[in-house]
Structures are given as structure tokens and as C-alpha cells.
Write a protein that binds this ligand. Structure first.
Ligand SMILES: [Zn+2]
Length: 702
């Protein structure tokens, strides 16, 4: 036993020393910018996590490292089903839309490439949305090795390469608009498109080994470096929707050229450095807190402004920290993550309380954060992208700190406010994800992104490909590699075939009906002889979870909100069982959240429930429904309902004489009628026609 432990330490030491001898500068010499030589056969089999969604292979400031894309495959159950919908419907349908005349995204590149006549159509960030779609396709290819997907990607890349200017610039919204100059105004979203280009190209390279897309990204990033690295106040305030920070760090991780990391860091340093005043380059959008430029990031204590902008920015800063290890940066990010998740987040994991509003510094904001604990339900904006960004930021914080509370947020988002952005069929989308919808209460004609029912196409198309790429890549988030073992971040039927950080092979088979049932069985199909850790995330909502090894109590600390660490000499055939009781729980909000006073939300496992009008008598208003505290709540799995969900069946009370006449009126004791209703998972709402819906319901305690 002792010998094996010493051997394991030695192996780890040798491994670590080997890693340290290859400095980034040396790596730069090996890989020059324009001639990226990669052996395509090696890419997906590298033991050093270079093909993860995030490549931490050279990095020492994270506790957890990525498995390679494709190492984990969903086999059966919830995520396997969702991945199959993504593979068979979401991605092909999105391809039809974006490559055809409705979406017009590929057309924009074709016109810029001189292969088609016409004008730019779509939002200024449409190029970025197309890159996200390409990223989704690359993830599907990683799982299926379907040559057709690769060929289609190659054709897009050929067109995009032809559209790219000689000097590396690539933004069809500017190239096809003669009246606007490059980097003239930040609202043209050049940074956003850039970021998605860089990220998508890195992912494409990791899963295919090809460099055709990566070369375009490098050429573009080199141009960006020339423009934005010199000190310049105008360009210094240019960062807007800053996905380029994540993209630049990932490009640095891919090709090893430190200048991309320096530029990423500069975009963070620039924020809050200059006087906040309107200039020609900021005109047309709110300034200051809206774009997180009022207070420098390292001094920020409160999440402000546009929620998507904020969370992409924080996620990018987490990437920079992961490479630099700068304490001031992680201290600020720790505070911001707490502020977001403890004071400004909905019970569904959604972010962005208001479409229009003001920050606490009294600056105008759109689609974002307002005061702490101010959580309107009906008018909540909660853009699907913001919710996804919450999980992206939390994933990076999980990697950095290795604490399960971050994975709890990832899980909360993906099961609830993430999935709610797309229909079960996979073709209709929501941009905003409110927690309550009441017929006739909102004038949708005044809104550009909120709709009473899901839409097959959104003019502002940022959310659909963002969500679809997340569903496609989720298996890459399911596990991480720890110092001497593996962590299980997300549960779902899957197989894992990867290597631990010491290079030893490990294969796991996970079987579970999660999230509908709380039993998870993980069998060890292959592993090293020496002892190593398997860390199971014990979700923060669990009570009384238990762990067994081959049917016997594992006798380890199993506390909610932590990773349970099981260190032992594992053998092939061992079965690790996690049992999480799936009780239905009433959730209440903090006393400062006025909007949910005397109401509760129902939750079972990670799933947040809602009540929807198809499950009520005709003409019942959702605001007239009350829960009874002492009514039994029966979870029932219905395989043929809403693609297979567990509903919560319970007796509710319908109020008969509610006030709809005057703003305020004298109230008598209400008259109630009893009704047997079912609550459905929040993500599955609005799949049965236009409906009213509420997550929070008033409760009568008896
Ligand atoms: Zn969006």
C-alpha cells in the first residue's frame, strides 16, 4: 500500500517536472503563427488534455483540468436524449436556417467572399452566431465522426477564409457596409464576433486536428493585436461584448503565443481606466456600468450592466487568471461570483432582472442587472445567453477552485434556465426566460426579443446557437481531472474513456435515470493499480445522500455542497453507487425578495417546476392558483408526456373572487375551489401552445 502511494507521488512528480521544462517561449519556437503543424492523428488521443473544451494542459493555476472532447459520451437517459435531439434536429435545423436565406449568416460570408451578390442581413453579431453554430457542429463531429459534418465545416471555412481580408480583418457587417469603418463604433460587435471566431476555431482544431480554421483565427488575432495592443484611449474603451478575452486566451493555449494572453489581459486592464463619457465610438448604446467600464474589474464588488456582457467578461477574466495566477483578479472574481449567485440570480439560475433599468450607480442599463434581491418574475429578462454565460463562468470557477458549489450552479442552469431557451422538438426558441407569464399583461409589440410563444427564428439569433453548442458540449463538462483522480461534475448515463493526469488509463461506465431518480451507479471498467480519488459531487440540494462501494457503505464524508472524496485502490468491476433522495422541496426566497413573499417554488433534485395553464381548468388565471402546504405531492414519471418528464401531481386551490377591477380594493376572505393539477419542469413549459405559467406560487400553510 505504502509502496504504491510513493510510486504514485513519484509518477506525479516526474509528470509535473516534465511539464515545467516546456516553457511557453519554447513552445512558441516550435509553433510559429502562420505554420501550425499538428499531427492530426494525435489530437484526440493526447493524454495531456490539450483537446479539452478549455485547454489547461500547460497551466498550474487550476485545481481541475479538462477531459478531452469526446472522452465522455452520453449513452442513455436525459442528456443522451438531449444530445440526440441536438444531433438530429437542433444542429441540422439551425444549419438550414443560418445557411439559407432566412438566417442569411452564411450568405453574408459568401457576399464578402465575392461568391454571391447582395447585402449584409441580420444583426451586427451574426458572424459570431454562425461561429457558435460551427462550434456546435464540431462537438457533434467529435461524438459521431460523421464525415459529412466535417465536409460541411470545411466548406464554411473555405468561404470564411475567402471573405477574410488580406490583413486578417474579418467582420462581414463592416466589410459589406461601405458607410462604416473598421472599429468605428463598439456597438458593431466586432469584439464579440472575434471572440466566437477564435473559440470556434480552437475547438475545431482540437476535435479535427485540422488547421484551416485555426489559421484564419491566428491571422485575425494578429491583426487585432496590432490595432489594440498599442496604448490608445479610443481603442482602449472599445471592448463591448467581450467574448474576445476568452477567445484570445484559448488561442494562446492552442498555439502557445503569449501575445494573445497579453492582449486578453489588456482588454481587462482597459476597462475602467478611461473617463466614462460619450465619444463617437460609444455612441448608440449606454455607457458606464452597462458595459462594466465604470469601475475596474479588480475593484468591482457588484455585478452591473448587461448580464451577457458582464458574464462573458468575468468568464474571460477567469481564463486570464487561470494563466497568470494574479491574486487581485481572482479575489474580485470570487466576490462577483458570490454577488451574482447569492444576490442577483433567479431560482432557475437565470440572470438579468430587467430589460431596461438602472444600475445602483444610477446609470442606464439594458438587458441586465439591477439592485440586489430585486427579482421581478413577469418582466424578468433572463436572456438565454446570460444564463448560459452563468454556467460558463461557473465552470471556470470550478476548474480554478475545485469546489462543487460552482458545478451546482452549472447544473442548475443547464437543467432549468438554459434548456428553457429551446423547445423539446429542438426548433423553437426563447430569448427571454421570465418566471411568470400572464396573458394580456405585456405589450409584446413594443418588444424585440420577448414573445408570448417560442419562435422558429429570432432576428437577434445569439441565444439559439449558444444553447445548442452548450448541449452539444455538455459531456465535456461532466468530468474533470483532479491531482490524482477524477471528479464527477454532472450525472447522466455515459461512458468515460480518458487518462488521469499521470497518464494512466481510466474507463468508467455511468448508469442512472437522473434527474428523475437519484441513484447513480458508476462501474470501473479500467484503471491503474495505484490508489486514486473518485470525487462525487454531492449537490447542495441533497439531504441524506449515501455512497456505497460494491454495495457496502463507503464510509466517507458525504455532505451536501461538497465533493465526496473516495480514495482507494480501485479494481475493474468495482461499482460505486451514489444515492440521492429525490424529495420534493418547497423553496422560498430571501426575505428581501419582495416579489416572492408568501410564495414558494417547487423543486425536485436539480429540476425547478412550474405550473402552466394547460394543466388547469379553462380560463383559470395562473395568479389565482394557490398551493396547499399539507396536500400530498406525488412525483410521477410520464414517459410519453413532454418527451418524458416527472410531473408533480398535487391538489391546488383556485381563488374565485380575485381583484381584477381596481388597482386597490377591500378584500374579504377568498373563496377557493380545489383542483388536482400537475406541475411540469420549468424547462418544458410552452410546448403545448400559448400558455400562462408561474414558477412561484402563493402557498396556504395548514
Ligand atoms: Zn442571446
Amino acid at each position: 500500500m505504502m509502496k504504491k502511494s510513493i510510486l504514485a507521488v513519484l509518477v506525479l512528480l516526474i509528470y509535473s517536472c516534465g511539464k515545467q521544462t516546456k516553457s511557453n517561449d519554447q513552445k512558441q519556437e516550435i509553433i510559429t503563427n502562420q505554420e501550425i503543424q499538428v499531427n492530426s492523428n494525435d489530437v484526440t488521443s493526447k493524454p495531456s488534455q490539450e483537446s479539452g473544451i478549455i485547454n489547461y494542459s500547460e497551466n498550474s493555476h487550476v485545481a481541475l483540468k479538462s477531459i478531452n472532447i469526446g472522452d465522455c459520451q452520453w449513452t442513455e437517459g436525459f442528456w443522451a436524449d438531449k444530445f440526440n435531439v441536438a444531433k438530429n434536429v437542433m444542429v441540422p435545423y439551425m444549419g438550414e436556417v443560418l445557411c439559407g436565406d432566412v438566417g442569411h449568416a452564411l450568405n453574408n460570408f459568401k457576399i464578402a467572399a465575392g461568391e454571391k451578390e447582395g447585402d449584409h442581413k441580420g444583426m451586427k453579431w451574426h458572424d459570431g452566431d454562425f461561429y457558435k453554430f460551427m462550434e456546435a457542429k464540431a462537438y457533434v463531429y467529435a461524438q459521431t465522426k460523421d464525415q459529412k459534418l466535417l465536409d460541411e465545416l470545411d466548406e464554411y471555412i473555405r468561404i470564411i477564409g475567402k471573405a477574410q481580408e488580406e490583413d486578417g480583418y474579418l467582420q462581414t457587417q463592416i466589410q459589406l457596409e461601405p458607410k462604416v469603418n473598421r472599429y468605428q463604433n463598439r456597438r458593431y460587435h466586432e469584439m464579440y464576433n472575434t471572440g466566437h471566431l477564435l473559440t470556434s476555431a480552437c475547438i475545431h482544431h482540437r476535435v479535427t486536428g485540422k488547421t484551416n480554421f485555426l489559421n484564419i483565427a491566428v491571422k485575425h488575432a494578429d491583426y487585432l493585436y496590432e490595432i489594440f495592443m498599442p496604448e490608445d484611449e479610443n481603442y482602449g474603451r472599445f471592448g463591448f461584448n467581450q467574448t474576445q478575452i476568452m477567445g484570445l486566451v484559448e488561442l494562446y493555449r492552442t498555439v502557445g503565443d503569449k501575445k494573445y494572453l497579453k492582449l486578453a489581459e489588456k482588454f481587462i486592464n482597459n476597462r475602467g481606466k478611461y473617463k466614462v463619457e460619450e465619444t463617437p465610438s460609444t455612441k448608440g448604446y449606454p455607457i458606464g456600468d452597462m458595459v462594466q467600464e465604470f469601475i475596474p474589474l479588480r475593484k468591482s464588488k457588484e455585478a452591473v450592466g448587461h448580464a451577457v456582457l458582464a458574464l462573458y467578461y468575468y468568464a474571460g477574466a477567469a481564463d486570464v487568471y487561470a494563466e497568470t495566477g494574479e491574486k487581485a483578479l481572482i479575489d474580485a472574481l470570487d466576490g462577483l461570483w458570490e454577488n451574482v449567485t447569492q444576490k442577483k440570480m433567479y431560482v432557475t439560475g437565470a440572470l438579468g432582472q430587467a430589460h431596461y433599468g438602472a444600475s445602483t450607480n444610477r446609470q442606464m442599463i439594458e438587458e441586465g442587472f439591477i439592485d440586489e434581491y430585486m427579482m421581478p418574475n413577469m418582466t424578468a429578462y433572463n436572456e438565454t445567453c446570460a444564463n448560459i454565460c452563468n454556467s460558463m463562468f461557473s465552470k471556470r470557477m470550478l476548474d480554478i477552485h475545485g469546489e462543487s458549489k460552482y458545478a451546482d450552479i452549472m447544473e442548475l442552469v443547464v437543467y432549468n434556465s438554459g434548456l428553457s431557451g429551446i423547445s423539446l422538438e429542438g426548433k423553437d426558441y426563447y430569448y427571454a426566460n421570465p418566471l411568470r407569464v400572464i396573458d394580456g399583461s405585456r405589450d409584446y409589440s413594443k418588444m424585440n426579443t420577448e414573445f408570448p410563444i417560442r419562435q422558429p427564428y429570432l432576428n437577434c439569433f445569439c441565444c439559439p446557437p449558444n444553447l445548442v453548442r452548450t448541449i452539444c458540449k455538455l459531456s465535456g463538462w461532466a468530468y474533470s481531472k483532479s491531482e490524482n483522480g477524477i471528479t464527477v461534475n454532472l450525472y447522466g448515463g455515459n461512458t468515460l474513456s480518458t487518462t488521469l493526469l499521470d497518464g494512466s488509463k481510466i474507463e468508467l461506465i455511468q448508469k442512472t435515470d437522473y434527474p428523475w431518480e437519484g441513484e447513480v451507479n458508476i462501474s470501473i471498467a479500467k484503471c491503474k493499480e495505484e490508489a486514486f480519488d473518485i470525487k462525487l459531487r454531492i449537490p447542495d440540494w441533497t439531504q441524506g445522500a449515501q455512497i456505497f462501494i460494491n454495495g457496502k457503505d463507503a464510509k466517507v464524508d458525504v455532505s451536501a455542497g461538497n465533493f465526496a472524496v473516495i480514495n482507494r485502490n480501485w479494481s475493474e468491476g468495482d461499482i460505486l453507487t451514489l444515492n440521492m433522495p429525490m424529495d420534493v422541496t418547497f423553496i422560498e426566497g430571501h426575505t428581501r425578495i419582495e416579489e416572492v413573499r408568501n410564495q414558494v417554488a417547487l423543486k425536485r433534485g436539480p429540476i425547478v417546476y412550474c405550473l402552466e395553464s394547460p394543466d388547469l381548468p379553462k380560463n383559470t388565471k395562473i395568479v389565482d392558483v394557490y398551493l396547499k402546504s399539507n396536500a400530498s405531492i406525488k412525483p410521477e414519471f410520464k414517459p410519453d408526456f413532454l418527451e418524458g418528464v416527472t410531473t408533480l401531481d398535487t391538489e391546488v386551490l383556485l381563488r374565485k373572487n380575485s381583484n381584477e377591477k381596481s388597482m386597490y380594493s377591500k378584500v374579504e376572505k377568498p373563496v377557493f375551489e380545489s383542483y388536482k393539477a400537475q406541475l411540469v419542469p420549468y424547462y418544458s413549459w410552452s410546448n403545448r401552445g400559448q400558455a400562462e405559467m408561474s414558477v412561484w406560487l402563493p402557498i396556504i400553510w395548514e
